[in-house]
Design a protein around this ligand. Structure first.
Ligand SMILES: [Zn+2]
Length: 580
């Protein structure tokens, strides 16, 4: 038992945390005088300020003023603009009435088309469309949701010269999204006949937000996304995209304007940023508080894809779904589902190699106990996350207050995971027993995911491969000697990269469902243990116990802090915005 190797352990954690923070940070917004072919958040902010000067829900005078501004801007950019209007269906009308609006107001989307100037005989008539919604909720200026999306669509259209367009570019600026996707549903034919243009949309890019900051994630695609994801992977320079998000979002009840298109089999990508969740549907969602780096990231990715798609002779068609994920923003790793099996096979071979060549150093009961410990650690973490989430009292029980407390709840979750990790490190166990046990359990989880939810593969399969590579290296020599520094040559950097990847995914999971379900982070402890097992500091129970106690106390302090938040609704009660 190596006692007290805290330094490499702490160094690994800190290095991984720094890389994860760097990898989840927004890019710097480009200023208004950035080169003309680039997306500039500085330029787009002028439209954000015009759109989000005040709340502009469907049917309000402010909504009309926004539409008038957009018609002027679209015409100046060379678009033919038409208004696509109609009455509100009963439930959206009811919702608008609750806001103090006029349920008879109806919706009015803008459908803008800029003709291809470089079409050739080989290119079909299908168009590339960018969609975002004009309206806000009643109590929020909606700088992020969705003034940012609308402004980004305009800035993208500006950055692409019409002369280079091989296909028509369509801007679908929908109305009454917040009342139930009314404009988008009407366009794609959920409420009667579809708009004539709907059948021509070959690739749809939707721009959204559920918060005022963070990187913009491509989190939803049309069905059979293989070719679409390849377009994204080839073209986007600073991507954030996860098939994990696609797989999870499919199982959530949430909808955006993208839903009616997806239901009709349209190929496309749905981008949104969800950080600074306190700004969601809040009076605080003002242009000044919008993270311009988020706008930059949203727009730059969508511009890369739009520009490329407009120049394609053939748009992406349906092709088998891919498993994919961005590697800390450096690029997208995408592969077919069958390759997930190859990855699992490779990990098995590496683990078996280590097990066979370092036979004298581990035992079957010892490795089994290591696997059971990793399982118990995840279960304990799940219990603690649930318990402390209860203790933090739902911040008055309001979902929006819960979102406002999210940064503190995320720190709380991290402290709890760390406490369980240190507690696991206290267990007296041979390092190779622990390593093989945790890696094998990770392999089992990766196998289950590959069978039932392949899109979530990167969550377990990627850390598994890194841990297995570390094990494989340790198995390069046949010896009964203890693991030493030379055996950890791959394990240590593998742990840093693996933890950073898991940190980034955990952060997005926390932003997505963390306020209600922080327990989803618990299973991540299994791959974390597989990565960290050879680096765990070992036997120093008294110090470790003290660390666990301190971490739990800090988590408890956060629970009380959140619980004591004044129950001031961040969203005012239903009240009239100015009416038509
Ligand atoms: Zn929205």
């Amino acid at each position: 038992m190596q006692a007290g190797r805290w330094l490499p352990f702490l160094f690994t954690l800190i290095a991984a945390a720094l890389i994860a923070v760097w990898g989840t940070d927004t890019p710097a917004p480009l200023p208004h005088d950035a080169p003309a072919d680039q997306f500039s958040a500085g330029r787009a902010m002028a439209d954000v300020r015009a759109i989000a000067a005040r709340p502009h829900p469907t049917g309000s005078a402010a909504n009309d003023a926004v539409r008038a501004h957009l018609v002027r801007r679209l015409k100046a950019l060379g678009f033919d603009v038409q208004v696509h209007a109609g009455p509100l269906p009963p439930r959206p009308a009811e919702r608008l009435a609750k806001w103090g609006g006029d349920p008879a107001a109806g919706f009015a989307s803008l459908i803008a088309v800029r003709r291809a100037a470089a079409r050739d005989a080989a290119t079909d008539q299908r168009a590339v469309a960018i969609m975002a919604h004009i309206d806000s909720v009643w109590a929020s200026p909606g700088a992020a949701d969705d003034a940012a999306g609308v402004a980004a669509a305009l800035e993208i259209a500006r950055a692409i010269p019409q002369a280079s367009q091989r296909r028509d570019l369509v801007l679908l600026l929908t109305d009454a999204e917040e009342l139930g996707l009314v404009g988008a549903r009407a366009f794609f034919g959920d409420h009667g006949p579809a708009h004539p243009l709907a059948a021509r949309v070959g690739l749809l890019i939707n721009l959204e937000a559920r918060g005022g900051g963070g990187r913009a994630m491509m989190f939803e695609t049309g069905p059979k996304n293989g070719e679409t994801v390849q377009l994204l992977a080839r073209q986007v320079r600073d991507p954030a995209a996860q098939s994990l998000a696609v797989a999870i979002y499919e199982r959530l009840p949430n909808d955006t304007d993208f839903t009616p298109a997806k239901n009709r089999g349209v190929q496309g990508m749905n981008f949104a940023f969800i950080g600074d969740a306190w700004a969601y549907h809040s009076p605080l969602s003002t242009p000044d508080r919008l993270n311009q780096g988020s706008l930059q990231h949203l727009g730059a990715q969508a511009l890369d894809v739009t520009r490329a798609a407009l120049a394609l002779e053939r748009l992406p068609g349906p092709a088998p779904d891919l498993i994919f994920g961005d590697a800390l923003g450096l690029g997208i790793i995408a592969y077919p589902v069958w390759a997930g099996w190859v990855l699992l096979g490779a990990a098995s071979l590496l683990i078996l190699l280590a097990a066979r060549r370092r036979l004298g150093q581990w035992t079957l009961p010892g490795a089994s106990a290591g696997a059971v410990e990793a399982l118990l650690a995840a279960l304990l973490a799940g219990g603690l996350l649930w318990l402390f989430n209860q203790a933090s009292g739902n911040a008055g029980g309001e979902y929006y207050d819960r979102l406002a407390a999210l940064p503190r709840l995320e720190v709380q979750a991290l402290l709890l995971l760390l406490a369980v990790l240190v507690a696991a490190a206290m267990m007296p166990r041979q390092p190779l027993d622990r390593w093989l046990g945790a890696a094998t359990l990770t392999w089992v989880l990766a196998l289950a995911i590959q069978i039932w939810l392949p899109g979530a593969g990167p969550l377990f399969a990627w850390p598994l491969l890194l841990a297995a590579a570390g094990l494989g290296w340790a198995g390069r020599r046949r010896t009964t000697a203890q693991l030493d520094g030379s055996d950890l040559l791959l394990a240590a950097p593998g742990a840093v990269i693996g933890l950073a990847l898991l940190g980034g995914l955990g952060h997005f999971a926390m932003l997505g469902v963390g306020p209600m379900l922080p327990m989803v982070l618990a299973p991540l402890l299994v791959p974390v243990l597989a990565l960290l097992a050879p680096l765990l500091p070992g036997d120093r129970p008294s110090r470790a116990r003290l660390a666990v106690a301190a971490l739990l106390l800090a988590a408890l302090a956060i629970a009380l802090w959140v619980r004591l938040d004044p129950v001031a609704p961040s969203v005012p009660p239903y009240a009239g915005t100015e009416k038509n």
